[in-house]
Design a binder for this molecule. Structure first.
Ligand code: F0G
Length: 456
């Protein structure tokens, strides 16, 4: 059998808005050419994010009814804790309302002036929380990880040599924690190999630096390890995940991804002192240690979600759906980050619209045009998200200019993917007409969310 099927059937449906090109033109103008400002009623296919957009299973919905809304000591928390400990093995499991809350707690404790946090690639909120704590966030992807054209198995890896250089340059005592993000989201949803996690862990241990995983997409990463790294073909996703976590001293997670849920996150560690400080801050700002700002029913949905996400039939379908999306673009010659990763397809805006310079935001322009053509929402991951200005006001571009189409879990069918690819291909065919953009207003932090644009 050739066709890979969705390992589920649809029990409840949600209508999606169908709009006209004229309406979309108007909506985008009203949104200052920033798709973050679009209302969901204006969107036919929403690939802005795979975060919190999952379709939950009937088992999760049943578990929600069983939520125990006790403020302290809720049995829903203990179910959640058991599942997280079963996978990660960590001593302290601290629930948070989403990933960035876990990050804020950790970096408020560990950050400060002069502190440096390395990562294969920081996600925007991780970087934001580090910079907000007046520290420095350093991305250390490998050379091939920065080249969207090279096809390789583990383009999410950390550049271990560069990491050692950084440690020697800034001093181990200024690096409170080293991070690895699995899969490497801002680097294209690319997986990190077990060997790379192990070797990074060995290196930082030598210098007394703890290793944390940003593990939003741990199951997708584990599936790639099973498919691509020798020695893991016969191991279960649970065994592989446990080994990944065994090299780390803690983690932060947005469970809105591989928790297969609409909200939630956690912060874990083995260090008692750090946990004490984190729990204090949690109680002050998020909620008690057995709910961390979540409704207890959400902890129930997560406890079920962590099991469902490690089902290999689910992961096979998930990774194949993204690969199929990529194949449709390959067949039409559309340049995208190769190979496809775990949760999204990333258009390579530099090759898609080479006539637009990074400082005029080619990715933003492509993203807007694809919305106009098909009502499909995507997100720029390039100069808007990560670009900076030097002292003279000159634009410093990041390594890649990407447009991400993140596919929500268990939400869209094969024809939705085909429709999205068609919209992309239509824009690619008239790519010479794409125009550059400028920012007319921006905030101090995380500017991509709320910046306003005009065409130049
Ligand atoms: N780390 C990574 C790697 C992420 O992808 C995200 C969120 C976070 C941390 C923060 O988690 O949203 O629960 O606070 N990523 C979403 C995305 C928003 O669209 O990629 P959060």
């Amino acid at each position: 059998m050739k066709t890979k099927i969705e390992p589920f059937k649809i029990k409840s449906i949600e209508h999606i808005p169908i709009t006209t090109p004229e309406q979309r033109e108007k909506y985008l103008d009203q949104a200052f050419l920033n798709p973050f400002y679009l209302r969901s009623e204006a969107i036919t296919i929403d690939m802005l994010t795979d975060s919190g957009t999952t379709a939950m299973s009937s088992n999760q919905w049943s578990a929600i009814m069983d939520g125990d809304e006790s403020y302290a000591g809720s049995r829903s928390y203990y179910k959640f804790e058991d599942e997280v400990r079963n996978i990660t093995g960590f001593k302290h499991i601290i629930p948070t309302h989403q990933g960035r809350a876990a990050e804020r707690i950790l970096f408020s404790i560990m950050g400060g002036k002069g502190k440096v946090f390395p990562n294969n690639t920081h996600f925007d909120t991780t970087r934001g929380n580090i910079e907000y704590a007046l520290s420095e966030a350093i991305d250390l992807p490998t050379k091939i990880g920065k080249n969207p054209e090279i096809i390789a198995d583990f383009k999410g890896n950390m550049d271990i040599e560069a990491l050692e250089e950084l440690i020697n340059r800034v001093g181990a005592r200024n690096i409170p924690v080293c991070y690895i993000t699995v899969t490497n989201n801002s680097g294209g949803g690319q997986p990190v190999s077990m060997q790379n996690i192990r070797e990074t862990s060995e290196l930082v241990k030598k210098y007394g630096i703890p290793l944390f995983l940003d593990c939003c997409r741990f199951a997708e990463n584990a599936y790639f390890i099973k498919m691509r790294e020798s020695g893991y073909e016969n191991k279960s996703i649970l065994e592989i995940s446990r080994e990944m976590f065994s090299y780390a001293d803690g983690c932060t997670m947005s469970a809105k991804k591989d928790g297969l849920s609409n909200t939630g996150g956690f912060l874990c560690m083995n260090n008692d002192k750090l946990a004490e400080a984190a729990k204090t801050l949690l109680i002050v700002t998020e909620g008690f240690i057995t709910y961390g700002g979540l409704a207890r029913r959400d902890l129930e949905a997560l406890a079920v979600g962590f099991r469902e996400v490690m089902d290999e039939n689910y992961l096979k379908y998930r990774i194949h759906q993204i690969a199929f999306f990529g194949e449709l673009l390959t067949n039409a010659g559309v340049p995208y980050l190769m190979p496809t990763g775990g949760h999204a397809v990333y258009l390579d805006a530099k090759r898609f619209a080479p006539h637009i310079k990074p400082k005029e935001f080619p990715g933003q322009s492509i993203s807007c045009e694809i919305y106009k053509v098909g009502g499909v929402r995507s997100v720029e991951i390039g100069s808007v998200m990560f670009g900076k200005n030097d002292e003279k006001g000159e634009h410093i571009a990041p390594a890649m200019e990407l447009v991400r189409f993140a596919v929500p879990r268990r939400v869209y069918t094969k024809s939705h993917i085909e429709y999205t690819a068609e919209a992309i291909i239509e824009v690619y065919e008239k790519r010479e007409q794409l125009k550059g953009m400028k920012i007319t207003w921006q905030p101090d932090f995380l500017r991509h969310f709320t910046s306003k644009f005009e065409y130049v």
